[in-house]
Design a binder for this molecule. Sequence first.
Ligand SMILES: NC(=O)c1ccc[n+]([C@@H]2O[C@H](COP(=O)([O-])OP(=O)(O)OC[C@H]3O[C@@H](n4cnc5c(N)ncnc54)[C@H](O)[C@@H]3O)[C@@H](O)[C@H]2O)c1
Length: 243
Amino acid sequence: MSTFVSDLFAGKTALVTGGTSGIGQATAEYLARHGAHVVAIGLGADRTAVSDGVELDLREVDVTDDKALKAVIADLDRLDILVPAAGISLGDREIEWEAFNTVLSIQLNAVYRITDLAHPLLAASQGSVINIASMYSFFGGGRRVAYSAAKGAVVQITKSLAEAWAPDGIRVNAVAPGWINTPLLATIEDQAVVDRLLSRTPLNRFGDPEEIGKAIAFLASDAASFITGVVLPVDGGYLTTGI
Ligand SMILES: NC(=O)c1ccc[n+]([C@@H]2O[C@H](COP(=O)([O-])OP(=O)(O)OC[C@H]3O[C@@H](n4cnc5c(N)ncnc54)[C@H](O)[C@@H]3O)[C@@H](O)[C@H]2O)c1
């Protein structure tokens, strides 16, 4: 049984970037299972295995393609929930200028761009944005220089737009996932690192992508009507421990 009523988002439209995998897909499916019409954009859309009984409007869109983003927005009749979840990390290489720019173009510029383009629709619906921050929003990443720069900036965009768009009735929040079982997490190949991450997580496991979707659903719902500008860690307690 679900925590939320199944028609929580009936009549609402959600747009999820990175909706073809991992956290974005799980969020898209969670919103769809609770009544939203969900447009899920990302790469590899034709390979995305959507769960039985869930309907997603999946589209192949590169978030760094401005024309394509404009077309996605132009195609929407309404927009109530925006979740810009598309992301990559290039690990050690991010310290190099080209890789730094590549990561920033997806994890920061595209996040701002889709949000900027969605502003009129969100104002019309009094909708909300839920950004995806990270543990790297709170600490640096010597091996993920661009990723941590982008995730730090996502927090500031969240707070700044929460203030800027409050007069329009738009709420802007973020979730900060801890270590979540997705293909992105699988890029950590060093078992010693995996063990260290787990031992620092009081709940002693990696999160499930749907556990991020649930927190996003809460922030998007009317239950969060007085919440804006927050960054909610969903991390099994990771941020509470010093070692
Ligand atoms: N997995 C974790 O532990 C974790 C923790 C904190 C934050 N995050 C963040 O969550 C978000 C989703 O990550 P994930 O773990 O689900 O990864 P994932 O690799 O499973 O999914 C990434 C998604 O982004 C899309 N994407 C990548 N480049 C794109 C582009 N140029 N245009 C369009 N779509 C593009 C992919 O198609 C895919 O749908 C990212 O912002 C990531 O930084 C993940």
